[in-house]
Design a protein around this ligand. Structure first.
Ligand code: NAD
Length: 372
């Protein structure tokens, strides 16, 4: 079997391949090929890949002549003309927003796996790219915020006086939020957090942070642990309850997401204007509509002296490590369904993982999420 790794777009720093995962794929008996420059931004040269036995191929040859094509972001639409029927593509697919792309995959009878749709079950944890990337995004959010802030993070007792620790407020304590809290704690900040899922309180406390309690009435979560949408009235209560905390925080990191839906609007203009000049907000939900009023995708904007960071692709700030874990997620997925005797992938659509993450196959939509 042949797997091809095309080069990502100019603005992507991550890759789906690194040396360790390439070696492990080769050890399974797979022919690994790549487009020149695919790992350039993580400082792995073409020659390094060739030295362990990978093949350097042109994009058109790799696309048209491989059984598997793997990348971080899905291919540009025009590339699909070069991909043969039954080829398997593995990447993030942004299935709720890329209807035209999905239609073309279906029409061309290309098999596609969306890494966002790997289910949150124990057996699939090693393939869970949403988690592996969200973890590093949470880390990057704190590093970015601390470099934009005009204060230091830890408490310092010096002969010239005592510097108080920075105050960090994390809203949304999923994978990204937990890592943001842990990173801010390691840097010495005083950390507080809020989430609509009450079960999170224990996790917040175990990181040595304070959970902010706000009574917003009954909240629900899905069987995969995702939060369900709040009513407008509940969001209003939440904003009211958080206003004071935002007012004294130096950094506010918002990570609130509702799976498959636009992000809830959590920080209003009114709350931002109550914050101290020099403080920083990171809107980690900016790509799904944003938690923060006035945040701009891909930019840092300033309102009343408060910086609002809306950078997309936060894991891309640490591309070596985000590649390491993503490439490992891809390897683990392939290895899980690899038939060692037949030396090929066996994609049984009734498998609990595959029935969630296969998007198109043989001209049909497969994923339960798209059908529901
Ligand atoms: P996510 O990115 O979908 O959302 C981030 C957080 O925002 C969640 O904690 C959510 O509760 C919270 N949120 C939603 N609306 C909010 C609001 N109005 N105010 C404040 N917070 C709000 O979450 P995620 O990081 O992908 O994790 C989702 C769940 O899946 C979590 O329970 C996590 O522990 C679980 N999970 C399970 C596994 C596994 O078992 N394999 C792996 C990863 C995550």
């Amino acid at each position: 079997m042949k797997i091809f790794f095309p080069k990502e777009s100019d603005k992507e720093t991550r890759s789906a391949l690194d040396l360790a995962s390439a070696q492990r794929l080769i050890d399974l008996g797979i022919e690994v090929s790549f487009e020149s420059g695919v790992t350039q931004k993580i400082d792995i040269a073409d020659q390094d890949l060739e030295d362990i036995g990978c093949k350097n191929k042109s994009r058109s040859e790799g696309l048209s002549n491989s059984e598997i094509i793997s990348s971080v972001n899905h291919l540009p639409l025009s590339d699909l003309d070069s991909v043969s029927e039954k080829t398997l593509t593995i990447s993030f697919l942004d299935v709720f927003n890329e209807k035209e792309f999905l239609e073309k995959l279906k029409q061309k009878k290309i098999t596609s796996i969306s890494m966002e749709l790997i289910p949150r079950i124990t057996r699939a944890q090693k393939m869970d790219a949403l988690s592996s990337q969200a973890n590093l995004a949470g880390y990057s959010a704190v590093m970015l915020a601390s470099s934009e802030m005009n204060k230091a993070m830890p408490m310092m007792m010096t002969a010239a006086g005592t510097i108080s620790p920075a105050r960090v407020f994390v809203i949304g304590v999923g994978v990204a939020g937990l890592q943001a809290m842990a990173t801010a704690k390691r840097l010495g900040a005083r950390v507080e957090a809020f989430d609509t899922r009450p079960a999170v309180e224990e996790q917040v406390k175990s990181l040595g942070a304070r959970f902010i309690k706000i009574d917003i009435g009954e909240t629900e979560e899905t069987d995969q642990g995702y939060a369900k949408e709040l009513t407008e009235k509940q969001l209003e209560l939440q904003r009211e309850g958080m206003k004071k905390v935002c007012g004294y925080s130096d950094i506010v990191i918002t990570t609130a997401q509702v799976f498959g839906k636009p992000a809830p609007r959590i920080l209003s203009e009114d709350m931002i204007s109550s914050m101290q000049p020099g403080s920083v907000i990171v809107d980690m939900a900016v790509t799904t509509g944003g938690n923060v009023e006035g945040s701009v995708l891909g930019e840092t904007v300033e309102k009343n002296g408060v910086k609002i960071i809306g950078h997309e692709n936060l894991p891309g700030y640490v591309p070596e490590h985000s590649t390491q874990v993503y490439a490992s997620n891809i390897y683990n997925l392939i290895e899980e369904f690899w038939d060692q005797d037949a030396k090929k992938l066996e994609l049984d659509e009734s498998d609990e993982i595959l029935k969630s993450c296969i998007v198109t196959k043989d001209g049909n939509y497969i994923s339960e999420i798209l059908r529901s």
